[in-house]
Ligand binder design. Structure first.
Ligand SMILES: N[C@@H](CCC(=O)N[C@@H](CS)C(=O)NCC(=O)O)C(=O)O
Length: 216
């Protein structure tokens, strides 16, 4: 493929939504041109195709745009899913999207308050952590029954959710490490140790329009 025709992925290394998009794109082996952005100074090229201004954004060669991380994951995996991350039956599909939806709505809201507790002084950091723990407990119970969140192999649910659990764990790592969520701790460590994760966490310079396409 001519490099100019590669899909363009606007990304930010540390954003958990962008991480999960990069994980799926990399797993799918579909090549994209990666553009590392700075959130405080988003490139006009990105805002022009997705005015809502969140990363990740995928711009396809035909001009269409996918600007929700889960949709980018599905865009990639529906074309090529060599590690079989997509759910293979209706039950797993329902459970996968239920967990991801809970993560992206309720859990993410508590995660933000826990992470930036000083900006939400109406309650204590411990309170925000306890609210987030509802989801940790749900996941711990899942991991008590199966090796991964939906079944005994890595799937979309694990990959869409673990970047957020990583963030939650890193707010107070000593607390997380001594917490009762032992299965969750092992699960997180296993995913962090994947070569795929290291691959998608490589550091890239901030994109400028003079830059040669960075094939990811
Ligand atoms: N629902 C969106 C959420 C993406 C999102 O909120 N990304 C954050 C970074 S982690 C962002 O771009 N925030 C805009 C900003 O900080 O200006 C998705 O799944 O792609």
């Amino acid at each position: 493929m001519n490099m100019c025709q590669l899909p363009i992925l606007f990304s930010f290394r540390r954003c958990p939504y962008a991480m999960r998009a990069r994980l799926a794109v990399k797993a799918s082996t579909i090549q994209v041109a990666l553009r590392e952005v700075v959130l405080a100074d988003k490139p006009s090229e990105m805002l022009l195709c997705s005015p809502k201004g969140t990363v990740p954004v995928l711009q396809l060669p035909d001009g269409s745009v996918v600007d929700e991380s889960l949709d980018i994951m599905l865009w990639a995996l529906k074309q090529h899913d060599p590690q079989s991350w997509l759910p293979s039956n209706e039950h797993d599909e329902e459970e996968t999207f239920r967990l991801i939806n809970f993560n992206d709505t309720e859990f993410k809201a508590w995660l933000d308050k826990y992470k930036y507790a000083d900006r939400f002084p109406e309650c204590s950091i411990e309170f925000y952590r306890q609210q987030g723990e509802g989801f940790l407990l749900q996941l711990e119970e899942k991991l008590d029954k199966s090796t991964y969140l939906v079944g005994d192999k890595i799937s979309l649910a694990d990959m869409a959710i673990f970047p957020f659990i990583r963030q939650f764990a890193h707010v107070d790592k000593p607390w997380f490490d001594q917490s009762e969520y032992k299965k969750l701790q092992d699960w997180l460590q296993q995913l962090l140790d994947l070569p795929l994760f290291n691959e998608v966490m490589k550091k890239y310079p901030r994109w400028t329009c003079e830059q040669a396409p960075l094939v990811f």
